[in-house]
Write a protein that binds this ligand. Structure first.
Ligand SMILES: *Cc1c(COP(=O)(O)O)cnc(C)c1O
Length: 432
């Protein structure tokens, strides 16, 4: 049922037990492999570009724990810093100097961020930034884009990407209509649709939130002028522009997509990489807006474990590694080689594909393309993707178990890893 070549008996046993203990056997839906068929493999350990499962199979990993592992898993500098930090305790619940250090690094790096608040996940960061958008403007409506994912908070579960897209779910039960009645949606890369929403709701829209490069409906780039157009429209209508850089922050460039594209939003959210593999999120932006956050101002938001010393430590060590000269040139060149290799292997074996890469992010759809938005992404041959995914897994390549997730590379991936991946892809695709 699962595979002919992989030994998976221990994974199967553990996953079967997990399904009786936790809904779907997982702590987060996409991990269950539902959309690609077959069972997930259960990881035992990770290091560098590799993961090992409980049956002893080794994989070249292109998920990187969904983004944080940009320096490679369990980097010795990060682990070493964590060992030292651990001796001082696991949580303070009081001001901690490490928060200053990471805050300063984030403020120096990300153009829009003058002040920052740390939280514990990307979801939390997006929930808080939405409250702040509304608090600052005194308006309630927000615009999000179809197929963009901003965490699992009620207000954002409208045409959401990531697991919602992967499982083909309609908007989730349990979300009251009142929670989403102020969430307006537009297709990604469609400035005219955004303009129409502003015209239909004058003085009512607090702001626009988006993934400046989409990773949660597969990998989708902003069209030329799209980000600039949103910057102009939001300014014209007195609304805020918010980049959700939970995925793209410190990945598309050290300063995120906003630095790469030269468009500065009013507020930004971060997560994933800035926690170096520990649970973290952050939101930040213009000092006049951030000054509304309690206790400086009246907008309430708090967290028992926020600014946790271990998470700050892993984040600081990770950003220090990324500051080394040549980091992003290396990531970009390697990822381009991978992406072009995969596209070429697919075309030469008779498949219709489109895709691309930017810095350490890539994607490939089984459709003619080009893919500008979620509707385009949905034209991909999902059954074929499922077979491709399983074939790659059997050859020791761990890809995100969904067509609607971007792929991630890291500084630990070598030329040889890329070559092995492309060779495996050619074998799998020629048999499809
Ligand atoms: C992962 C992600 C989130 C949610 O972050 P969690 O830490 O999973 O809560 C929000 N926005 C984007 C763009 C993401 O990629």
């Amino acid at each position: 049922m699962v595979s002919t070549t992989l030994k998976t008996s221990k994974s199967e046993e553990i996953f079967a037990a997990a399904q009786k203990l936790m809904p779907g056997g997982v702590s987060s839906p996409v991990r269950a492999f539902k959309s690609v068929g077959g069972q997930p493999v259960v990881f035992d350990r990770v290091r560098g570009a590799y993961a090992w499962d409980v049956d002893g199979n080794q994989y070249i990993d292109y998920v990187g724990t969904w983004g944080p592992a940009i320096c490679g898993h369990a980097h010795p500098d990060v682990i070493g810093a964590l060992h030292d930090a651990l001796d001082k305790g696991t949580s303070f619940g009081a001001p901690c100097y490490l928060e200053n250090v990471l805050a300063e690094m984030v403020i120096d790096a990300v153009p829009s961020i003058e002040m920052v608040r740390f939280v514990n996940s990307g979801t939390e960061a997006c929930m808080a930034v939405l409250r702040l958008m509304r608090a600052f403007t005194g308006r309630e409506k927000v615009i999000k884009f179809e197929g963009c994912y901003h965490g699992h908070a009620d207000m954002f579960l409208v045409k959401a990407g990531s697991g919602v897209a992967t499982l083909g779910l309609p908007d989730s039960p349990g979300v009251p209509k009142t929670a989403t009645s102020n969430t307006l949606t537009a297709p990604y890369n469609d400035l005219e649709a955004v303009k129409a929403l502003f015209e239909e709701n004058p003085e009512e829209i607090a702001g626009v939130i988006l993934e400046p490069v989409v990773g949660n409906s597969g990998f989708i780039l902003p069209d030329a002028g799209f980000l600039e157009g949103l910057r102009e429209l939001t300014q014209e209508y007195g609304a805020l522009l918010v980049f959700d850089e939970v995925m793209t922050g410190f990945r598309i460039s050290y300063g995120g997509a906003q630095e790469k594209f030269g468009v500065t939003p009013d507020l930004s959210t971060l997560g994933k990489i800035i926690g170096g593999g520990l649970p973290v999120g952050a939101y930040g932006g213009r000092a006049d807006i951030m000054s509304m956050v309690a206790p400086a101002g009246p907008m309430y938001q708090a967290g028992t474990l926020s600014g946790n010393p271990l998470a700050m430590t892993a984040g600081i060590a990770t950003l220090e590694l990324l500051q080394k000269p040549g980091t992003y040139e290396q990531l970009d060149a390697m990822t381009k080689k991978l992406s072009e290799g995969l596209l070429q292997a697919a075309r030469e074996t008779g498949h219709t594909v489109c895709g691309g890469s930017l810095s350490a992010m890539f994607g490939m759809f089984f459709t003619e393309g080009p893919v500008h938005n979620y509707d385009d992404a949905k034209t991909s041959d999902l059954a074929k993707f499922g077979k491709f995914h399983r074939g790659m897994l059997e050859r020791g390549i761990y890809l995100a178990p969904s067509q609607f997730e971007a792929g991630f590379t890291s500084l630990a991936h070598t030329d040889e890893d890329i070559d092995r991946t492309v060779t495996a892809a050619r074998e799998v695709l020629s048999a499809l």
